[in-house]
Structures are given as structure tokens and as C-alpha cells.
Design a binder for this molecule. Structure first.
Ligand SMILES: [Zn+2]
Length: 276
């Protein structure tokens, strides 16, 4: 009898510990499933068709996935207007829909580190201090269309968001760029290597991306034009963000001219924009 009660007590204790450990993720998953079931307002759908031509090219199942991801992102991520901007549904939905391109076909934590999306009407000015030779710090003002912070913020210029969405074949998209940085920053400071899952995938990723990065740096040093924007030569983190833009915007060119890089990105993103 005593032993039986002991077992019951132990089982209850284990159950309590298990539910304490599992409840938050289960609750979160339940809440997200509910968000994904929400009907997608027709005015959002019409706005996206108008503002984001890429959406119409997506296969129907991916369009549906994307709309579900938009619902979760809108429910979880606060959008904050800056410099007098009043954030509208159009802004929130268009930003979330482009960010959701990076989440299709993948197990996703919905940019787990991201706490806020700040939106400016246009380019915003940041003060950057750079170290000059001799160790003297110099303050420089820079106008930016986007930034991603590891502390959980993405900052976007609304006019650049509109431009990127309107011209999907340009291979330039500030939302894809900054949210790719967020994926990279999920594993610590941005270094061009997002979470890849199995260990053996990191070696191939590093070999392919660092090889392509070096070739880009050489091309930029020779001042030659090319498919991948020279800004990607800044560092491996910018390289990953820039080639993510090209992957979704110019998949044909990327696959033809950098097939190994295209394959790595297609495996990571779980999608093949060549077929869209
Ligand atoms: Zn960047």
C-alpha cells in the first residue's frame, strides 16, 4: 500500500513538472493555431494583390500559408510609428506578408527574438561612430532604409517597403533583408549563419557561403558589376541578407550564375522560388 501511494505521488509530481515545463510552448502553439484559423479580411487580400505582385505568383498552398503567418505576426508583433507616422493596417499587413516569405514551409518560431517593428515614413538618420586609424572615434550621420537589432527590433522606412514590394524582380527588398538579419540574429550576433538544424549542414553552408563571399569581395575590389549587390561584400551577415533578397527576387539569375549558393538557400528557406 505504502509503495503504491509512493508511486502515485511520484507520478503526480512528474506530471506536475512536465506540465509546468510544457505548458508555455503548448499554450503558445494553441494560440498560434487559433490565429492561423482567423479569416483573412478581403480588403487585406485586395491590398496585397495590388501592392505585392509576387503574392499572385505563389502556388495556392503557399499563399494560404503566408496569410496564416501574417495573422500570427500581426497578433504577436507590435508595430510602432516613428517621426509622426501613424501605422495603418496596410503597413502592418504588407510588412508582415513580405517577412512571412522567409517562413514558408519551415518550422518557425516567428522571429522569436523580435519584439517590435518600428516604421518611419522615409529614410531615417542614424549616428554611427567609426574608429579612424590612430583610434580616434568619428561620428558620422547615415540615412538608412532599414536596420535590424539583435535586441529585438526591426526598423523600416515605409517608402522603401512599398518600393521593394512593387518591384519583386529587382532583387532588392528591405523587408526580406532586415528579417533575414533577424533569422541570423536568433543564434547570437549576426554572422551570416542562421540556425540550420543538423550539425553537418553548417560545414557545407560555411564552405559555399564563404567561397561566394570571397568571390564577391574580389569582384567588388576589381570594381566589376554583378548580380549580387556590392553591399553584400561588407561582411558575412550583410552577405546573407543581400543574397536572401536576390534568392526571392531574381531566383533564375541566382540559380544560373551561383547554383551552389542557390541550392543552399533553397534548402535553408525550404522553398524554390524558381517554380513560382
Ligand atoms: Zn543589413
Amino acid at each position: 500500500m505504502t509503495l503504491a501511494w509512493g508511486i502515485v505521488f511520484l507520478a503526480a509530481l512528474l506530471l506536475a513538472a512536465a506540465s509546468w515545463l510544457w505548458a508555455p510552448p503548448l499554450l503558445l502553439e494553441w494560440r498560434r493555431a487559433r490565429m492561423r484559423r482567423r479569416p483573412f479580411p478581403p480588403e487585406w487580400r485586395d491590398m496585397l494583390r495590388r501592392r505585392m505582385p509576387l503574392l499572385r505568383r505563389l502556388p495556392a498552398d503557399l499563399q494560404l500559408q503566408l496569410k496564416k503567418h501574417v495573422q500570427v505576426l500581426l497578433a504577436e508583433k507590435p508595430f510602432i510609428g516613428c517621426a509622426g507616422l501613424v501605422v495603418t493596417d496596410e503597413m502592418r499587413v504588407l510588412i508582415a506578408a513580405q517577412a512571412a516569405l522567409l517562413l514558408l514551409n519551415r518550422r518557425t518560431g516567428y522571429f522569436g527574438n523580435l519584439r517590435q517593428i518600428l516604421v518611419y515614413p522615409g529614410a531615417f538618420i542614424v549616428e554611427r561612430s567609426t574608429l579612424e586609424p590612430g583610434g580616434i572615434a568619428r561620428e558620422a550621420r547615415q540615412a538608412l532604409n532599414g536596420e535590424s537589432w539583435q535586441q529585438g527590433q526591426v526598423i523600416l522606412a515605409w517608402n522603401a517597403v512599398l518600393e521593394g514590394a512593387a518591384a519583386p524582380d529587382e532583387g532588392r527588398n528591405v523587408v526580406i533583408h532586415e528579417f533575414a538579419h533577424q533569422l541570423d540574429q536568433e543564434t547570437g550576433a549576426a554572422n551570416g549563419a542562421p540556425f540550420l538544424g543538423r550539425r553537418e549542414r553548417y560545414a557545407r553552408w560555411a564552405a559555399v557561403l564563404s567561397g561566394e563571399f570571397e568571390r564577391l569581395r574580389e569582384r567588388v575590389a576589381r570594381d566589376e558589376p554583378g548580380l549580387i549587390d556590392s553591399y553584400g561584400a561588407s561582411d558575412p551577415a550583410e552577405f546573407f541578407a543581400v543574397v536572401s533578397e536576390v534568392f526571392f527576387g531574381k531566383p533564375q539569375e541566382l540559380a544560373a550564375r551561383h547554383p551552389a549558393l542557390y541550392r543552399e538557400l533553397a534548402t535553408y528557406y525550404g522553398t524554390d522560388p524558381l517554380t513560382w
